[in-house]
Design a protein around this ligand. Structure first.
Ligand SMILES: [Zn+2]
Length: 119
């Protein structure tokens, strides 16, 4: 599992050098957005770091680094999808210990309508 993650990060860092900003297609469901961002805005306004995300039927289960579990419907237009796209959160979770680069990467992520990596 660690190997897969390493290759993914290597690929992403190459992309980052080229693009600087990360572009994520706007009209995607929770599962796809969270799998990329690995952050979860809880209803309380706390932004958690996502450890694992699983999809079962129409439900997505998110486990955070601080040990919380959130189960949501895999929807494009839910509260959490909207918050993710708008980057709404009150504070990063102190227990998750989200690294600064992850937060700054999130803040430069552009949610847009695009196809095949182009806007
Ligand atoms: Zn947390």
């Amino acid at each position: 599992m660690a190997e897969v993650k390493n290759t993914e990060e290597k690929k992403n860092s190459n992309d980052r050098e080229k693009l600087k900003k990360r572009y994520i297609q706007k009209n995607q469901n929770i599962y796809r957005i969270v799998s990329k961002i690995k952050l979860w805005p809880a209803r309380s306004g706390v932004l958690h770091s996502v450890k694992t995300i699983e999809r079962k039927g129409g439900l997505t289960t998110i486990t955070t680094y601080c040990g919380e579990t959130f189960t949501v419907w895999d929807s494009k237009n839910s509260r959490s999808a909207r918050w993710l796209r708008n980057r709404w959160y009150r504070e990063p979770c102190p227990k998750c210990g989200i690294p600064d680069w992850k937060l700054s990467k999130y803040s430069t992520t552009v949610f847009s309508h695009m196809k095949n990596g182009k806007i």
